[in-house]
Design a protein around this ligand. Structure first.
Ligand SMILES: NC(=O)CC[C@H](N)C(=O)O
Length: 231
């Protein structure tokens, strides 16, 4: 059974939900601590949501220097699948595994809602179980969710198909070009602001592709990586 590491920093909130999502998808979650100096042989890593180090300085700016991140950055360059969800996405940009930055939502308020997204690239380790262009609904909850990058970087991301998710039915935070999530060039590292791990169990997540109150549109992130690992 594939072992998926779930990292806990001081201030992480969603590590338990991420571990549960891994388990429901059929994987074995392995807890990784911010101070760990090795990855305990995991096959992939999830950086969950929350407020690591209290979002001091800038969300993700301190976590980037945690010992576990040194290992994750090295392993990601070697092809290890890494998923950053919300605060995890912020950590990935701060660690330069993904380009661009996350700044305050344009309206300067915390947002918490059910968010519709389009899946625009199914050639990544974390999206292969979705259909190209599929519409999914998962929760969004953050204050620093506005994705920004210079025009050249944005053009490059678009040109290389690395915009993996885009907001539909309105842009909730002013993100450039409605970008909700991106990948690295190789497709093993993916980051997004909305939370797939909160939409993995029937009856508990938002309405999704499977019909009213199905609530499982996020589960295929986790089945995707398990398939990618065996395939
Ligand atoms: N849900 C989260 O992970 C919150 C992320 C982040 N700290 C923010 O509020 O922007």
């Amino acid at each position: 059974m594939s072992r998926i590491g779930v990292v806990t920093f001081p201030g992480t909130l969603d590590d338990r939900d991420a571990a549960r999502a891994v388990r429901l998808a059929g994987g074995e979650p392995v807890s990784l601590w911010h101070a760990d100096a090795d990855l305990h042989g995991v096959d992939a890593v999830v950086l969950p949501g929350g407020f690591s180090y209290g979002d001091y300085l800038r969300a993700g700016a301190i976590s980037r220097f945690a010992p576990v991140m040194t290992e994750i950055v090295d392993a990601a360059h070697g092809g290890l699948p890494v998923l950053g969800i919300c605060n995890g996405f912020q950590v990935l940009t701060e660690a330069h595994l993904l380009p661009g930055s996350m700044i305050k939502n344009d309206h300067l308020h915390f947002v918490c809602r059910e968010q519709v997204l389009s899946v625009e690239n199914v050639d990544t380790a974390w999206t292969r179980d979705y259909a190209q262009g599929e519409r999914i609904t998962i929760p969004l909850k953050n204050q620093d969710g506005q994705y920004v990058a210079d025009e050249r970087t944005l053009d490059e991301l678009e040109g290389e198909g690395r915009v993996v998710f885009r907001y539909l039915d309105g842009n909730p935070n002013g993100s450039r070009r409605g970008i909700a999530g991106i990948s690295n060039a190789r497709g093993n590292v993916v980051g997004l602001m909305p939370h797939p791990e909160h939409a993995v169990e029937a009856g508990f997540g938002p309405d999704g592709a499977q019909g009213p109150r199905s609530g499982t549109d996020g589960l295929r992130f986790f089945t995707s990586v398990l398939t990618a690992l065996v395939g």
